[in-house]
Design a binder for this molecule. Sequence first.
Ligand code: DGY
Length: 409
Amino acid sequence: THSLGQAARQILTQNDKGSYTIPTKGLYPYQWNWDSAIAALGFAEFDINRAWVELETLFSGQWADGMVPHILFHQPDSGYFPGPDVWGCGGPIPSSGIIQPPIAASMARRIWEKDTVAGASRMVVLYPKMLAWHRWIMQWRLDRGAVCTTHPWETGRDNAPDWDNTMARMNASDVGEYTRRDTAHVNSDDRPTKFDYDRYIKLVQLGRKLNWDQAALREQSPFRVADPTMTFTTLGAARDLLAMGTELGFDTIGLAEDIQTLEAGAATLWNTDLGAFDSRDVLSGEWAECLSNASYLCWLGGIESDQMMDRLRNTLETVPYPVPSNDPDSDTFDARRYWRGPTWAVVNMLIGLGLEQQGHHAEAAELARKTGALISEHGFAEYFDPLSGSPAGGKSFTWTAAVWLAWAG
Ligand code: DGY
């Protein structure tokens, strides 16, 4: 455990660009939004100042309207596509035009709780920015109180089967020529298909054409899905903002109402036939019919569910390396392909932090133990085959190292 801790620190240090951390060399050479929030939690284990700097750099890319982009392109890198020229965004730092699960406030709360004296001065600057991002999400992304994703990349769960029906209805025949870079870095069987990639790029082209205007996108985009990742992370963040703001005497106006709205929204994601939290296509009204690892983020959002708890206990008992990103009994299950089956240590940690917060200590400890065993047997990979445990995707991955330091090690 000691040497693994050292190895984890070394990964964070190697991927550290000074004021922000890249997820992994080659495949992801910039600052990613939720990766960075996880990196901050990892840094907090040995360098709390560096943890704050990570979050401060992330919010230095915040747009004037409150939006915090999913990628900040701090310096050019020809190894990644689509780069800043494809996104065509304004903003203080070249960036993408979409968001990612807003876990920054929840990670900030945990970092602040480690040292509330030092944290208080950092929070004076950071808190209003986090609140402004929360308000942007509440303004632009709700459907019946649930939070919508407008691009598969926003959830982080790029090629999850949750979006299959929505993506199948999209026409991307005019996407044009482009060269993927991801498959130059890692095995293409571990990555999304060309069918999916064409649609990812098509949605970027649409956003650019509409100047990333959220009102226009709401009218015109074929992709708008209310999803457990966005809804539960936004709900958890709102609760954490309210708790911190109350303690520190900051502006918390509207947060209590927002929490009620989001709780009602979370209820609209319960698919009774599936018996799980599911994604719902806002335009077609259809369920995705997907039990994913994001379905288990309910506890992070402060939502209790006996049925999800039964499922979790069953998954912990029956899947060799839980929690799989897709139900192993589903036709769409693919043990190695990114978000269609593999286990992600980072999602395990978010599930585990939620379980702990809700007082489900035995399940939280069991999940942490299994995640720790997976990492110690198979390394700090981006993700893992849930049946064999074998590592997949990028290596020496920042968030897997941070998960070890902050939770699983
Ligand atoms: C990618 O490029 O594959 C990323 O997941 C986008 O965020």
